[in-house]
Design a protein around this ligand. Structure first.
Ligand SMILES: *Cc1c(COP(=O)(O)O)cnc(C)c1O
Length: 395
């Protein structure tokens, strides 16, 4: 269960055990190596480490045993050969781009990705001549049409935020491979407990560990998972440029991973109960949750995922004033744009996460003024429903 991936173990076992290497102290739980650098027995050993002739740690920007345990555990959970941890989810996306792209290269990206991912392509990577096209997540003809000779990878986030649209990962990966591109999947919303993109044909998985991998809203971090060779330049970039994960955060994420399967199951059960209830409320026009038979990609979700996770969006009658009144009326839900926390959260996408895009773009993306996104936490589902019910009265 140590360094070697063992695909024969189930995800629950890997989440608790994979990657742990005990020190001479024989500790039961993973130790936290809060040290910036490592010492050598003598000058010759230092030289051998720097030359790479002897494996071992040098400096925590490069490698750290606690970070390494997190990387190995997550790699095994995703069914990948290797994982490179980063200081945030955005650092994982940037590192992937820096490793795979050069000026003039092109990326095709689903238009409904995390807002900062859009900013990264539009504002920063474009400065270095990296080009991008955004396409509707479920329009496979548009994906294929957008591919150019310079396209290096397709970048997809499924389910999407905030409307929980689902893309067929196997189909998109086939399109990518047909055109000699890679397929990169941001698996933040479902985690390996509910979706395994690499098994579906994707080449690289991205995580914001900040969300469900931590699961308790404490730390910011990220990760890239894929083949051993493919991740070598990602490791090289993190080592040189420094968006490394802190050992303390890695240690917190290791604690989070132990309960990942249990938490994702609990988030999903509560979210389904809340979504089914919301669908029956007269002031609610529409509910977006892949676990509902009314969801346009419900069948695909059932085939591709082992569950539907904790994110729900719904549209209330009365536009922004009504949506704001509902948000101001809840008592349990926290008003915050973060998600994947044990604490349920509520947000108004049109005026927070998606305020920068034009009203026309918002309308095209289905982000109406009455749309509310909730991340269902681990509180009691009846309490959450009662909370939404009393808040709905005030709109
Ligand atoms: C939050 C998030 C990110 C960015 O992660 P950070 O840890 O905040 O940098 C990327 N993708 C998705 C889907 C996210 O939800």
């Amino acid at each position: 269960m140590g360094d070697k991936p063992d695909q024969n173990y189930a995800i629950e076992t890997l989440a608790v055990r994979a990657g742990q290497v005990r020190t001479h102290e024989g500790e039961q739980s993973e130790p936290l190596f809060l040290t910036s650098s490592f010492t050598f027995k003598n000058a010759a050993q230092a030289a051998a480490r720097f030359k790479g002739e002897e494996p071992g740690n040098i400096y925590s920007r490069f490698t750290n045993p606690t970070v390494r345990t997190f990387e190995q555990r997550l790699a095994q959970l995703e069914g990948g050969e290797r994982c490179v941890a980063t200081g945030s989810g955005m650092a994982a996306i940037l590192t992937t781009c820096m490793a795979l792209l050069k000026g003039g290269d092109h990326v095709v990206c689903s238009q409904s990705v995390f807002g900062t991912t859009v900013t990264l392509f539009q504002q920063w990577l474009s400065k270095f001549g990296v080009q991008h096209s955004f396409v509707p997540l479920t329009d496979y003809a548009a994906w294929e049409k957008a591919i150019r000779p310079e396209t290096k990878f397709l970048f997809v986030e499924t389910p999407s935020n905030p409307l929980t649209e689902i893309a067929d990962i196997a189909r998109l990966s086939e399109i990518a491979h047909k055109h000699n591109c890679l397929s990169v999947v941001d698996n933040c919303f479902l985690t390996p407990a509910l979706q395994l993109p690499l098994k579906l044909g994707a080449d690289i998985v991205i995580h914001s560990a900040t969300k469900y991998l931590d699961g308790q809203g404490r730390c910011v971090g990220g990760a890239i998972i894929g083949g051993d060779k493919m991740l070598e330049p990602m490791f090289g970039f993190v080592r040189s440029a420094g968006p490394s994960l802190s050992p303390f955060n890695a240690w917190v994420f290791l604690k989070g991973l132990e309960t990942l399967g249990l938490r994702m199951e609990a988030h999903g059960a509560r979210a389904l109960a809340v979504a089914e209830w919301l669908e029956k409320q007269p002031k609610v026009k529409r509910v977006y949750y892949p676990g509902l038979p009314s969801h346009p990609q419900h069948q695909l979700a059932k085939r591709q995922q082992q569950g539907c996770g904790g994110i729900i969006s719904f549209e209330v009658e009365g536009g922004q004033p009504a949506a704001w009144r509902l948000i101001d009326g809840v008592r349990i839900f926290s008003i915050t744009a973060n998600l994947g926390d044990a604490k349920s959260t509520i947000t108004h996408p049109a005026t927070t996460t998606h305020w920068r895009i034009t009203p026309e773009e918002r309308a095209r993306a289905g982000i109406t003024d009455g749309l509310i996104r909730i991340s269902v936490g681990l509180e009691n589902a009846e309490d959450l429903k009662r909370d939404l019910q009393q808040a709905l009265k005030s709109i």
